[in-house]
Design a protein around this ligand. Structure first.
Ligand code: UDX
Length: 481
């Protein structure tokens, strides 16, 4: 099949490469000429694990353009994967989607064409896009027709290829059953799992094939928002419990394990930490809250999910203040900038907000990230931080190091050596990534999120009930006198 993919961001490029790898012809259109030039030169404009390799293998089936004038009518299907950013109010800015709809409507000369909407869009957008394109066709008195299908994606950055080749489900939202055979044909290799996965992409244990759910377009659009809102809510849920765990001497990691063993709850998305970031959860939860307001249906759980996430970022600052009292003139090392590992994406990255806060309190900030520093320098040229070349340089002369992104290469650091470089041996592990005992054995004061450790000033109140607060804490209290 010949696919026109409009938009070459994370979703458009990853999905486009996946379809090209599976043998379809993919033409990628993006009006960003620089991006297209880089793609034509064989370069991927962002960091995504495994994508350069899949791109190299799939390139023979791909073409690129930044000109709408090239828009071909020979396509079997068009996919729209342009950005849908948030406005200040939380509303979704659909201007890119609308522009694409008009451009398609002005040029289309096929008789009938399915248009798959991959972008995350407010409920009702597929119908709106259909009307815009139809209006353009009518203006030209062109007798062709189109069907806009809501076909959301569920890719996680850093694991996007894994999710693209082995999705849990395919959601197809259309009120027109006619074009379903085209959609089937398009996804046939995935539905039948007829392909050899690219290097680095693995068939999950027990995986058979994706479930296919065909429904109406509003339902498909809601499924995407509800999925992201639910995942965000799970994280805020465990973070709220983590904060309580710190007060009562419980360990949130075992709490998550314990509740996750219940099949009705499941073990995923229960890692307490600094809260979620990234381009999707914040944008989509805000959009759902706005939609609820428009329909006089307050989305109270989602509002709380957002509020808890915001507080969680502040909590890390409070932990640091509890350790150091005054941040003025202190040197703080931030380990990891990206909103999660295996990506250089800094959108809504908790590290950036933390850096801003630290600067406000007069701290000097050093940073190290294995991949995202270049992006950070490019996007935020005025950010007042000292970029370090490696982990050693980051620890050198710091009063505390805060782990913000759990890159795998940070797991087994030579803590004893690194501690010697520090002014004070303090770490705040905002991802509960490190083994507290290992850090404490290396002489560090370790603070995680919800690991049953009370703030310094409150600790004295519970030492009488030592059994209650866990033996590792008792050991530490004794060590600290
Ligand atoms: C998310 C959805 O998972 C994906 O299905 C959708 O298509 C886009 O949004 P993404 O934002 O790429 O994907 O990353 P994800 O792995 O979901 O993580 C989002 C944020 O939540 C990250 O900041 C991550 O660190 C945080 N997180 C995740 C937690 O704090 N705890 C967890 O248990 C899981």
């Amino acid at each position: 099949m010949h696919i026109w993919m409009i938009g070459s961001g994370y979703v458009g490029l990853t999905t486009g490469c996946m379809f090209a790898y599976l043998g379809h012809q993919v033409t990628l259109l993006d009006t960003d000429a620089e991006k297209i030039a880089r793609l034509q030169a064989g370069e991927i404009p962002f960091h995504e694990k495994g994508l350069p390799e899949v791109f190299a293998a799939a390139r023979k089936n791909m073409a690129f353009t930044c000109r709408w004038d090239d828009f071909s009518t020979g396509a079997d299907v068009v996919m729209v994967a342009v950005g849908t950013p948030s406005r200040e109010s939380g509303d979704v800015d659909l201007s890119y989607v609308h522009t694409v709809a008009r451009e398609i409507g002005r040029r289309l000369i096929a008789r009938h064409l399915p248009i798959l909407l991959k972008s995350t869009v407010p409920i009702g957008t597929a119908k709106e896009v259909q009307a815009i394109i139809q209006q353009e066709l009518d203006n030209r008195e062109w007798p062709g027709s189109i069907t806009v299908i809501a076909n959301p994606e569920f890719l996680r950055e850093g694991e996007a290829l894994q999710d693209a080749f082995y999705p849990d489900r395919l959601i197809v939202g259309t009120d027109d059953g006619q074009c379903l055979s085209t959609v089937h044909q398009l996804y046939q290799p995935l539905l039948e799992q007829r392909f050899h996965p690219p290097a680095g992409v693995f068939r999950p244990v027990g995986y058979a094939a994706p479930a296919l759910l065909v429904t109406n377009s509003a339902t498909a659009e809601m499924i995407k928002y509800a999925s992201n809102a639910f995942l965000a809510m799970k994280i805020s849920f465990i973070n709220e419990f983590a904060n309580l765990a710190d007060k009562v001497g419980a360990d949130i990691i075992d709490v998550a394990k314990g509740i996750g063993l219940d099949k009705r709850i499941g073990p995923h998305f229960l890692q307490a930490g600094i809260g979620w970031g990234g381009s999707c959860f914040g944008k989509d939860t805000k959009a759902i809250v706005q939609l609820g307001k428009q329909h006089a249906t307050p989305m109270q759980l989602i509002e709380a999910t957002l509020a808890v996430n915001q507080q969680q970022r502040q909590k890390v600052l409070h932990l640091l203040m509890d350790e150091l009292s005054d941040l003025h003139g202190r040197t703080i090392g931030i380990l990891g900038l990206a909103f999660k590992p295996n990506t250089d994406d800094l959108r809504d990255a908790p590290a950036l907000e933390l850096i801003e806060q630290l600067a406000k309190y007069g701290a000097r900030v050093k940073v190290f990230d294995p991949v995202a520093m270049e992006t950070c320098q490019k996007l935020f040229p005025t950010l007042d931080v000292n970029y370090c070349d490696n982990v050693d340089a980051l620890f050198d002369g710091t009063d505390a190091v805060i782990l913000v992104t759990e890159w795998e290469q940070f797991r087994d650091l030579p803590f004893s050596r690194l501690g010697q470089y520090m002014t004070e041996k303090r770490v705040i592990d905002t991802r509960n990534f490190w083994d507290p005992a290992r850090l404490r054995n290396a002489g560090f004061s370790y603070r995680g999120i919800g690991r049953g450790q009370l703030p310094r000033k409150e600790r004295v109140l519970v030492t009488g009930g030592a059994g209650f607060i866990g033996s590792h804490l008792v050991d530490q209290l004794l060590a600290e006198g």
